[in-house]
Design a protein around this ligand. Structure first.
Ligand code: DC
Length: 215
C-alpha cells in the first residue's frame, strides 16, 4: 500500500526540524531530516581529508551513509553545515542520495504508515507525489535569531551578525543552484512562521494533514 508522505521544505532555520518531528510523533510516521544526509556526507569528507570539490569522493561517501551517521553529534555543528552547503549543489551527489530518500519514503522504518521528509527539494524532486506538501518560511531576521539561540544553547559562542551573514550566504546557495534549487512546489501549502510560535505552526500543519488523511 502506498505510504502517506509529508514533504516539508523551506530555507535554513525556518523550523522544519522541530515541526517535522512533532508531525511524525502525532501521526506515528517515520521522520527523515534529509539535510542530515548532506551533512553526513560533508562530515565524512572532512574527516577523511577529501577536498570538498572531489565529486568521486562525494559519491563514494554518499553510498556509505548509514542511519548511524545521522546520529553523529558533529552533524549539527556550523562547520558541518557550511561544508554541506558547498557539496549539496553537485548533481552527482544529489542523484546519489535520491535512492536513500525515496526508499525511506516508500518503506518507512518499523512499518510506519507514513513518512515525513524535511529538506529543500522534497516536494519538487524527491517525492513529487507526496500527499501533503508544506513550504515553511520565516523572515531572515527571525531565522537568524532562532539559529543563534540554538547554537548558544549548545554551547557554541558565536555572534548574531555572524549567524546572519552565514544564513544569507546559505540561502543564496540553496536558492540559486542549478540542480534542485530550494523552491515551493505549485501544490505546496505555504506556512510563514515569522510571527508564529511552534505550537501555532504545528496546529496549522496538523490540520492540513488531518484533512488530507480524512479525504
Ligand atoms: O537543513 P540543513 O541545514 O541541515 O541542510 C544542510 C545543507 O544541505 C544545506 O545547505 C541545504 C542542503 N540540503 C539540500 O540541498 N537538499 C535537501 N533536501 C536538504 C538539505
Amino acid at each position: 500500500m502506498k505510504k502517506f508522505v509529508v514533504a516539508l521544505d523551506g530555507p535554513v532555520a525556518a523550523g522544519k526540524g522541530t515541526l517535522g518531528r512533532r508531525i511524525a510523533v502525532q501521526f506515528s510516521f517515520a521522520y527523515l531530516d534529509t539535510g542530515g544526509l548532506y551533512r553526513g556526507v560533508a562530515l565524512r569528507m572532512l574527516r577523511s581529508g577529501d577536498a570538498l570539490d572531489d565529486v568521486a569522493a562525494m559519491v563514494s561517501q554518499a553510498s556509505a551513509i548509514t542511519p548511524a551517521d545521522l546520529e553523529d553529534p558533529e552533524l549539527r555543528a556550523e562547520g558541518t553545515g557550511e561544508a554541506a552547503s558547498v557539496v549539496a549543489p553537485r548533481p552527482e551527489l544529489r542523484a546519489a542520495l535520491l535512492a536513500y530518500q525515496r526508499n525511506f519514503a516508500n518503506h518507512p522504518p518499523n512499518g510506519a504508515a507514513g513518512a515525513v521528509l524535511d529538506g529543500r527539494d522534497i516536494g519538487t524532486v524527491v517525492c513529487p507525489d507526496a500527499e501533503v506538501k508544506l513550504f515553511i518560511t520565516a523572515s531572515a531576521e527571525a531565522r537568524a535569531q532562532r539559529r543563534h539561540a540554538e547554537l548558544r544553547g549548545r554551547g557554541e559562542d558565536i555572534r548574531l551578525e555572524i549567524v546572519q551573514a552565514d544564513l544569507a550566504k546559505r540561502d543564496a546557495r540553496d536558492s540559486s543552484r542549478a540542480a534542485s534549487p530550494l523552491a515551493a512546489a505549485d501544490d505546496a501549502h505555504l506556512l510563514d512562521t515569522t510571527k508564529m510560535d511552534i505550537e501555532a505552526a504545528f496546529a496549522a500543519a496538523r490540520q492540513i494533514i488531518a484533512d488530507r488523511l480524512n479525504d
